[in-house]
Design a protein around this ligand. Structure first.
Ligand code: UT7
Length: 326
């Protein structure tokens, strides 16, 4: 049976760096607090006119270039994002046009920080059943537009960026071995964006009173995140009869260094088995995992035959994992 295999990775991070020291001048916080509680040192912020589709296009172009694949060879584009250029149409359709991927069909998927792993799962199924030969999977966010820059509880955590992978259907023992997805809508109030949707449409009041922007009860999210990331990682290993010792690289959603370390400890992983870059970019939601995959590959930490586990957790709540043989 065919499997979906990663044949190219790409990422794009905006130029502008926002450090903790700059945040000290914006809200009542300190570099020490942010570092101790999150491990984040700095994050990237997109330029005012720079859109999610702009960042996604650049990441996708780099992934296509690495794969040696022309845009018109792509059959499917799936993008995980909660910060699309417009409420509709899908931002992936804009990316499709930017790339010239005229033979693909494209859609966005809303699963917050799990968006990339959800999208990877859709594309993997699509290729496995033979509906196409090549797919582009993207995670891209401009969270700086939905963050409340007066709320120290949240604004220090997030950043902008994009990552992408090209998948190809191959007769192979490698590739995506399994995907496991979950959600539980009963946790909505712990992490969501109250405004700009149909329930609370865009309003001057919502913006002025800051009620429209991203809201999070961080410590509650923290506990469920660690539990869910651990469980869904174990689920992936068990389904494929692997132990955590056999993992070459664990690439979790980069939300907070403490969440990653607590999860790694529960999985009995060594430091060298875990990829962490949250200190450089903060939480870029659906973009964290593909950006980390691209960095890890380009640094030589992912080689042919490497066993790689991707695990994500985010608003919804949504969570999921994908186990890959590189
Ligand atoms: O992608 C998935 C979604 N998000 C996450 O996974 C994030 C999950 N949660 C977290 O990362 C952590 O809960 C935070 C980093 C958000 C907060 O860390 P915490 O250790 O859970 O702190 P806390 O929420 O319990 O707050 C402790 C104190 C509070 O003050 P009081 O009430 O104890 O006086 C906050 O007001 O820290 C205060 N605080 C801050 N102080 C300085 C909150 N944010 C800041 C800040 N600077 N930026």
């Amino acid at each position: 049976m065919k499997k979906a295999r990663v044949i190219g990775t790409g990422s794009y991070l905006p130029e502008k760096v926002l450090t903790n020291f700059e945040l000290e001048k914006m809200v009542e916080t300190t570099n020490d607090w942010i570092l101790a509680r999150t491990g984040i040192e700095e994050r990237r912020i997109a330029a005012e006119q720079e859109t999610t589709s702009d960042m996604a296009t650049k990441a996708a172009q780099r992934a296509l270039e690495m794969a040696g694949v022309a845009a018109d060879e792509i059959d499917l584009i799936v993008m995980g994002t909660i910060t699309g250029d417009y409420p509709w149409p899908a931002t992936s359709c804009i990316v499709q046009t930017n790339l010239g991927a005229k033979n693909a069909y494209a859609y966005d998927l809303s699963a917050a920080c799990s968006g990339f792993v959800y999208a990877l799962s859709c594309a993997s199924d699509f290729l496995q059943v033979g509906r196409g030969k090549k797919a582009l999977v993207i995670g891209a966010e401009k969270l700086s537009n939905i963050v409340d820059w007066t709320d120290r509880n949240t604004c220090v955590l997030f950043g902008d960026g994009a990552g992408a992978v090209v998948l190809e259907a191959q007769e192979t023992e490698s590739g995506i071995l399994s995907c496991h997805m979950h959600s539980d809508g009963s946790y909505l109030d712990l992490l969501y964006q109250p405004g700009f949707g149909v329930k609370n449409p865009v309003s001057v009041q919502g913006i002025e009173e800051r009620t429209s922007f991203l809201k999070m009860q961080g410590n509650e999210v923290f506990k469920v995140a660690v539990r869910s990331l651990t469980e869904v990682s174990k689920e992936a290993l068990k389904a494929n009869s692997f132990t955590s010792e056999q993992l070459d690289l664990f690439i979790p959603h980069q939300a907070n260094r403490r969440i990653l370390e607590a999860t790694a400890k529960r999985l009995k992983l060594k430091d060298e088995q875990c990829y962490i870059n949250v200190h450089k970019y903060g939480n870029t939601s659906g973009a964290t995992i593909p950006v980390a995959m691209d960095e890890a590959y380009r640094q030589g930490r992912l080689k042919e035959g490497s066993l790689v586990l991707l695990s994500a957790f985010g608003g919804g709540f949504t969570w999921g994992s994908a186990l890959l043989r590189w």
